[in-house]
Design a protein around this ligand. Sequence first.
Ligand code: DGT
Ligand code: MG
Length: 630
Amino acid sequence: MVVETRSQVRPGQRPPEAGQAARPGAPRRPPGAEREGEGFGIVSRSSITPMESVRRLLGFLAPYRRVVIQVILLLFATALLGMATPYLIQQVIDKALTLGNLPVVALYALGIVALSLTNAALHTIQRYSLAYSVENAVYDIRNRLYEWIIRMPFGFHDRSRTGQLISRLTSDIDRISRFLGFGIAELASVTLTFLSASIMLFRMSVQLGLLGWTILPPMIWIALRGSQELGPRFYGLRQQFGRITAQIQENYAGVRVVKAFAREQLEISKFRRELQEFNRRRMGVIKIFALLQPSMSFLTNLGLVLLLAVGGHAVLQGKLTLGQLVASQGYMMMLFGPIRMIGWLMIMSQEAIASGQRMFEIFDTQPEVKEKPDAIELPPVKGEIRFEHVSFAYEQDTEVLHDCSFVIHPRETVAIMGATGSGKTSIINLIPRFYDVTSGRVTIDGYDVRDVTLKSLRRQIGTIFQEAVLFSGTIAENIAYGRPDATMDEIIAAAKIAQAHDFIMSFPDGYQTRVGERGVTLSGGQRQRITIARAILLNPPILIMDDSTSSVDIETEYQIQQALNASMRNRTAVVIAHRLSTVKNADRIIVLDRGRIVEEGTHEELLALGGHYRRIYETTLAQQEEKEVA
Ligand code: DGT
Ligand code: MG
């Protein structure tokens, strides 16, 4: 399957944002913007064969096999019962109507009604059983998918626009569910009907059977041609629809930027163009339909006329009864009906198989960061972090850290400094093993982080990310995210250390104030203090913090600083520092330059050295000092 990689926002159309241009290839992107040529890194040409896809899709039905067998039996029963109606009509005409025997006519009529009722009842049970097993199977698929996505490591989520991935997979699952829930059963029923109607027709009259079969080839040809034409057109239509939704989503997310740069008109005309293209493609589909259905009807009617001519002739010659002629007409309709369906079913099956290929491809992706089968529990640590000749690359051949070695002692506070893009975030990402080193090793209390279970490792490391992420829920729930069992007292204690208690209490609902979607809007500084409280509540022996540069007022900055100082006490702390106050508080400073450690020491030592640190100090930190004094 082809993966759409066309960027929705072309470089020239991106409104220039401060700082964005300064860092080509930087990982942070404006909301909604996609790097040119970026895909999911998966499924360009599937390694999963269509057969395997079908086999594995059916595998999802395996737990419900008893119901599935019931469905198959019911399918047989209904197909066979369906064959009885024309036969009964034949009997009623030949044995009763032509002889004027009304009571027998009534008897047959009752028989036909009873048969239809039975058939309808069996159909209902069959539909319901099928839906039961398929809905359960699809439930299993969705669950597995969610679990899989949430368990995938950072690297995967960096590569894929997760939102798009999920929406793509949702539509794949829809297609799979339609195929399992309707397609397969219909395919089976159509085939059964076709075969038994053929047999019945030939039994009525070989001549009429042959006649029916001569109409079949052109019908099948039209059906298959139609599905060949429609398949790619449908695909194109969906792609275009995806483009439209993506644009709506992006403009919605970036509506402030659109307005700020007065680009409304441009966005509107862009949207109009996409919509026109959508309409054009829709008309293409409708055109095929407009040709397809009338030609099918024409062939069906042609078949009927021929049947009347040939069959009527036979009746007049006494070779065929009137009842047999009428029944033959019924069987011929049953013969043609499936052909009209077959094109549809082909498209549906092909799509579902392709969706299955895509889905299984994803399920088969091996995560880069994987627990060893014999990983041990990391015992409670003192908090010594050691980097030994660590090199690291997000993508092959572009190393962002080169041969980094350093030791952070238990309870030490170390600040990492360096220009933007120098690799600060990358360094601390390696400690909780969000990524794996390319060479060298990272150890905690002597344990290689790759030898221990991820859970036992991450439980002992409190992480405060560069971006403060809060979930929909109350403030209390957000603070207790890592420890849902925490008591209210513990939550409040953590919030106090993080300097968050006072502003939380200023809300009418206090700790029960809802944040996130449809909740109160918090300022950057407030959000950050909540995430600090979240990390403190874990009471981890190691705390790592990616302090954001977000400019806050002096008062907030002071409070965040207090929060940090308090939270770093009594544990190993690694802080990416942008503020002089943080740097001065650190026991030691590590200076990074383009992925290399260039200097290491205390504030005074590094100033005296007169190298990188001194330059950073003179250009940025000293100004902060002036601001603080002022
Ligand atoms: P900051 O936060 O702007 O002050 O910069 P740092 O020092 O935290 O830089 P960092 O570690 O985010 O980036 C170091 C280099 O690695 C930079 O050239 C961009 C690149 N990089 C960062 N994240 C990713 C990623 O997810 N994928 C790829 N391919 N490259 C990345
Ligand atoms: Mg960073």
